[in-house]
Ligand binder design. Structure first.
Ligand code: JCQ
Length: 222
């Protein structure tokens, strides 16, 4: 069973998303052991201080090394991948999700404020991931994105039916348009070829439209 530990200042943020649907089933079925840890539990002062001002000045606060070092050193073991979540990381994608789904133990460390003291990166982090080029208030949502993308790849989490679906993403193109019943809805008709039963023509139409859509919306993928 895969183990994921998350080190966060906001463990309560994770409750809803990870207690629903497929991730809940994965946890209940014993395919995923997910645990949340409050970073402040590794502080020793009365105010449970996790941050401090940057040397050299400048705006904002940094996560200080001591609590994160203590937490990571107590949570990691052999075969642990320690991953920082921050906007300065390498960009998360389906390939990285597949890579992470192979590891026995993930320890996700979520950032906050202006960043991490650099010694956390240097000494503890094996990887640093961003989910995209925008800034969030903290790394909880990015961690949940990574957990969801990784968990659905674990053996047994998805039915065989759905598991082939990300082949199209890994094939490097967007999905072709899809339709279900009714064949006509408020005057909008399903393309004739899709109801024709001609499977060669359907495959051709889908390939063509996947390519058109990708060229229009995500030319970087082509
Ligand atoms: C992650 N894309 C955006 C914000 C600092 C040093 O850690 C920090 C983490 C955050 C939250 O993460 C993101 C993010 N991927 O904003 C500031």
């Amino acid at each position: 069973m895969m183990k994921i530990d998350v080190l966060t200042l906001f463990p309560a943020m994770f409750a809803g998303p990870l207690d629903e649907s497929i991730i809940k089933r994965a946890r209940d079925a014993g395919l995923l052991d997910l645990q949340l840890h409050q970073l402040r539990d590794w502080t020793h002062d009365r105010h449970k201080t996790v941050d401090d001002r940057p040397f050299g000045g400048g705006p904002g606060m940094l996560l200080k090394p001591e609590p994160i070092f203590e937490a990571v050193e107590s949570l990691r073991r052999e075969h642990t991948r320690v991953v920082l979540m921050s906007p300065s990381g390498r960009k998360f994608n389906q390939g990285i999700a597949r890579e992470l789904a192979q590891v026995e133990h993930l320890l996700l460390v979520t950032g906050h404020y202006e960043g991490f003291d650099e010694r956390i990166r240097e000494a503890l982090a094996e990887d640093e991931l961003s989910i995209g080029d925008y800034v969030l208030t903290n790394g909880a949502l990015p961690a949940m994105v990574v957990i969801d993308a990784v968990a659905r790849l674990l053996p047994g989490v998805l039915g065989d039916d759905t598991s082939s679906q990300d082949e199209s993403f890994s094939a490097g193109m967007l999905e072709y348009p899809q339709y279900t019943r009714p064949a006509e809805f408020r005057g909008m008709k399903v393309p004739e070829v899709l109801v024709s039963g001609n499977h060669a023509e359907i495959a051709k139409w889908r390939a063509e439209h996947a390519k058109l859509r990708t060229k229009e919306r995500r030319p970087d993928l082509l």
